[in-house]
Design a protein around this ligand. Sequence first.
Ligand code: AMP
Ligand code: ZN
Length: 452
Amino acid sequence: MLRLYNTLTRKKELFKPIKKNKVGLYTCGPTVYNYIHLGNLRAFVFYDLVKRYLLYKKYKVKHVMNITDVDDKTIRDSQKEKKSLKEFTEFYTREFLKDLQTLNIIKPDIMPKATEHIPEMVSLVKILLKKGYAYKAADGIYFSIKKFKNYGNLAQLEKQNLQSNARVSMDEYEKENISDFSLWKAYDKNDGNVFWETEIGKGRPGWHLECSAMSQKYLGIPFDIHCGGIDLVFPHHTNEIAQSEAAYNKKFVNYWLHNEHLLVDEKKMSKSLHNFYTLRDLLSKQYSGKEIRFLLLSVHYRQKINFTFESLNSVKNILEKIEEFMTNIQNYKKSSPLLIKKTKQEFEKAMDDDLNFSKALAVIFDFMKEVNKKKIGIGVKKLMFEFDKVLGLNLDKIKSEKIPEKIIKLAEEREKARKEKNYKEADKIRNEINSLGYQLEDSEKGVKIKKV
Ligand code: AMP
Ligand code: ZN
């Protein structure tokens, strides 16, 4: 039974989808004004983990992820580069999709762009105006937070701070500036040629509005799960809830899941602090997508990760071990249905406990040890492939060749000769193995056979 930590209640709750066996999943996507960095990727890998585990549990998942292709930052930077907003954001959208692929992240089913959903957003603002939750000001249309009595529940804001009439027009702001927020920004000459002529005036949407309008369009209201990085709890998700629940008078989302930050030297990795690595940076240093994916997954999603190259290097070794394991098991013959059953149960128990992936990994590593020790071969590959639906390491693509029986026998004979200190004989056998196209590598843990 899957339990998920719901930010709304600050508790682990039993997951029950609205429709049997189906899950509506909305994850906040990128603002496409630059290459995404490793911190952003932690969020996208986390979304992928949520989705993959739901798929593993045989749910039918409808996954929607927005592309923010109009906001303060995309306008500012497209102007700097003297490009149209469309040309500029399309470039970074394509690069973003490539990054998802490199990390083996399953592509969302629907990736709506904000600029292609202006009518939906205008309709939502019209409802809010009609119901008295929104009002017009000189620079646009604002949401009145004091009109919505549940404002700030998700972020657990202090209620006495919500009475001000202050307004904030920026998309991003801090808790100290809790204010009425912008739904629609009236045209300003700094926006250049970015505007829409609509029933609610000439201008462009505020950032928060798009997720309310697009999630409702594709998933309905309420829907099951909404994910994002922890920094989105306030103001973004707080404002999404206010807009949607005020307009439709229904609960917006049942489960809110948030990933913690990736840090560098104890500070959040972010563009504004200039302490970030893009995926390109790391690929050019010869790290692979798989390694980066694994590093981002290996710590529980609600704990911070401090990024270091040492940790990325240690992932290299772990993945090598897994690959080697996948090769070795081809030569194992024994069977242990009990071990297979127990391992599957323990893996699921860990994942069911709020997606405890690090615990699930420990289960897999213990299993690998046991299999190696007892030379269990039957059902092992199948189980690893099953786990790989969640791991996303493409274990089925590992090029592993079965080591011929004859070579294994020779290697065993050589071991025997060595133990008996008959080094001449041992070297002779080693040469024979080499002449057959295989190589022996002695390590602390025993001898490894590799194809040359
Ligand atoms: P943005 O493009 O800035 O809207 O960010 C896309 C996603 O990345 C959001 O869910 C953010 O919360 C998340 N994010 C940004 N920086 C980090 C970080 N350092 N660690 C984890 N998640 C992050
Ligand atoms: Zn969003």
